[in-house]
Write a protein that binds this ligand. Structure first.
Ligand code: TRP
Length: 353
């Protein structure tokens, strides 16, 4: 095709220009050879960004933090001395993998929602004491990089076969739970304090969704970070090396690259705040000076005031009883809780009785 490519440019002149340029931008993306699925994903990303930046306060959805670079940066966060969740959870899994898996009789399938690196699941599978049959593992993640890494990690664990689902939790869970190969009992893993990234009503809905996908004898294992002193909480999400800041700011880099945005990174800084009333750490991107930011593929030009923020992520912190109560409200029976008192982290087992 010989059509000349117009470089997307949007200014504050008006929506009509922005829309036309947005269409041009997406057409250009398709001409560059992106698949139809990629083009769909990009259109959805553009629509979400347009909707969320129109909210007060402005928002962006955390799922978009995890492109290839974002996933790598998240891996780096997990190594930071100030971010203790990953190591605390790993310790609990190393110590108690046998007890965790023993409590589900005839365990033949594991579904991990938000699989990360696959390392924790490898620990759990490796620590199973009774393994009557091979273990079928379903990995559900939005990030292809995370799925690849996890599948490679698990390839080294004997008797484990892996199915990957590049999907949001709910869709992937449905695919995995309705697999014709399902037999025996299933254990769903929701680790890394990902439950903390849901607002309370979403967390309740999540427990109900998992409960509906499971049958009697199945289980759910949830890792959740616990309330602790504010300094520790804030440092975990705003580290002195600036890795978490890079992770958060990469969302703007991604909008610039994929949606033709004009965010000037020098004007935005990462911020972590402890909101005690809501029991959550909030991550925001703080805008230093007033300006217009255009996003071609979203067909918008957005006004920012100095000091205004984009709220990108929340991480709710729990007390052990509150986690148990959430699961019980959805119809689960709360089994054992394993707690790392030093880091303040809990892994809770729920059963379907
Ligand atoms: N669920 C983890 C948490 O809330 C992971 C996470 C999500 C995270 N977003 C983050 C960690 C941003 C650091 C920074 O801690």
């Amino acid at each position: 095709m010989s059509k000349a490519l117009v470089h997307p440019r949007v200014d504050a002149v008006g929506e009509a220009t922005a829309r036309r340029d947005g269409a041009t931008f997406l057409a250009e993306v398709e001409l560059r050879g992106a698949s139809a699925a990629e083009a769909d994903a990009r259109r959805e990303f553009a629509a979400d960004v347009a909707r969320d930046l129109a909210l007060r306060p402005k928002r962006l959805q955390p799922k978009y933090l995890y492109d290839a670079l974002g996933s790598r940066l998240f891996e780096a966060i997990c190594e930071l001395p100030w971010y203790r969740i990953t190591r605390a959870e790993r310790r609990l899994l190393e110590l108690h993998a046998g007890a965790m898996t023993d409590s589900i009789a005839d365990l033949t399938g594991v579904i991990e929602l938000g699989c990360g690196s696959g390392e924790k699941l490898a620990l759990l599978a490796g620590g199973m004491r009774r393994r009557a049959r091979p273990l079928r593992v379903h990995l559900v993640d939005i990030s292809p990089a995370a799925l690849d890494l996890s599948a490679r990690t698990l390839a080294t664990v004997p008797h484990v076969s892996v199915v990957t689902h590049r999907a949001a939790y709910e869709v992937g869970l449905r695919q995995a739970a309705t697999s014709p190969l399902r037999h025996g009992a299933t254990l769903v893993l929701f680790l890394g304090s990902n439950i903390g990234n849901f607002h309370p009503a979403e967390a309740d809905a999540f427990f109900r969704t998992v409960r509906r996908a499971l049958r009697r004898g199945d289980g759910l294992l949830v890792g959740a970070d616990l309330v602790k002193p504010e300094v520790d909480l804030v440092r975990a999400y705003d580290d002195p090396l600036g890795v978490t800041a890079a992770f958060d700011l990469n969302l703007l880099v991604r909008i610039n690259r994929e949606l033709g945005g004009t965010f000037d990174l020098a004007d935005f800084t990462h911020e972590a705040r402890w909101n005690a009333a809501e029991s959550r750490v909030e991550m925001h991107l703080h805008c230093r000076r007033s300006q217009q930011v255009a996003i071609a593929a979203a067909g918008i030009s957005v006004a920012f005031e100095a000091g205004e923020t984009i709220w990108t992520e929340s991480s709710y912190k729990y007390v052990p009883d509150a986690i148990a109560a959430r699961g019980e409200a959805a119809g689960f029976a709360c089994g054992e809780q394993w707690i790392d008192a030093d880091a303040g982290f809990a892994v809770t087992l729920f059963r379907v009785d």
